[in-house]
Design a binder for this molecule. Structure first.
Ligand code: SAH
Length: 248
């Protein structure tokens, strides 16, 4: 049976998912805990990615090399860009490292020797994730979202930017937006996961809940938002995604 990995950026998200894991076993590698078991109708591995591109790349490399994983779903929070508001869900179509710059040897943002700046997410898995997210948003309990000013959360799909910086100033956010007018979110791991999955030829998807607007207020209530909103979204979406066995 094909095995899916759920890689979470945040411990609270991982803990939410672990409750649903049956027959759980923990394997330690490189200071990380990989939790194997059954989640819904699927064989799964859950792991905390850790924060930043290198940490996420190490985690995903181990998953792909040692745990026989055939699909990867990354979940976490991100700063919203353009139309993406706090509480929205963004599913990546493509990911790009906004802090990659080997110019003038290579075009800015191109990953050297790949000839690529954008790494595309798997279309089929991303479509399944969007379908699960649509059903979760349709049945959402909205009352507790008011606290965070979330009124009518939207599902969005498009470009996600990654870099080793927590973007927390309106100036930096504007600069990113000017460079990448299509970008919907900025975070710190997704494009690294994309590059590793590209190397191994393994399909992946990236699911992000917008936790802040990547501006001067980006740190406000971050932990509470993750505990009370993002972890709930992730758990509900992953549960919906894995409820049915995979169609052949
Ligand atoms: N305070 C947190 C650290 C969060 S680091 C803690 O104690 O655990 C930021 C995490 O959220 C990263 O996983 C990153 O991918 C994501 N993120 C959310 N908003 C972001 C932003 N504005 N810029 C960059 N990454 C962001």
């Amino acid at each position: 049976m094909s095995r899916i990995a759920i890689v979470s950026a945040m411990a609270q998200e991982l803990h939410g998912l672990q409750h649903g894991l049956s027959g759980a076993r923990c394997v330690q590698r490189a200071g990380r805990e990989f939790w194997t078991g059954r989640l819904g109708a699927h064989d799964a591995v859950l792991v905390l990615s850790r924060i930043g591109k290198v940490a996420a790349a190490t985690t995903v490399t181990l998953l792909l090399a040692e745990f026989g994983v055939e699909r990867v779903l990354f979940t976490g929070v991100a700063g919203g860009l353009g139309p993406a508001r706090v509480g929205d869900i963004v599913v990546a179509d493509a990911l790009l490292q906004h802090d990659m710059d080997a110019s003038p040897l290579f075009p800015r943002h191109e990953v050297p020797l790949y000839g690529l700046s954008h790494f595309e997410a798997d279309a089929a898995l991303s479509a399944e994730v969007r379908a699960a997210a649509t059903s979760v948003l349709a049945h959402l309990q909205r009352a507790h979202l008011d606290d965070f000013g979330v009124r009518d959360p939207q599902l969005r799909r498009g470009l996600i930017l990654s870099g080793d910086r927590f973007v927390s100033s309106a100036g930096e956010s504007r600069r990113l937006q000017a460079y990448f007018p299509d970008a919907l979110a900025v975070e710190m791991e997704g494009a690294a996961v994309a590059q590793v999955c590209h190397d191994f030829g393994v399909p992946f998807a990236v699911l992000r809940t917008v936790s802040d607007r990547a501006d001067d207020a980006a740190h406000v209530d971050f932990k509470r938002f993750i505990a009370e909103v993002a972890s709930g979204y992730t758990r509900a979406i992953v549960t919906a995604l894995l409820a049915q066995p995979r169609r052949a």
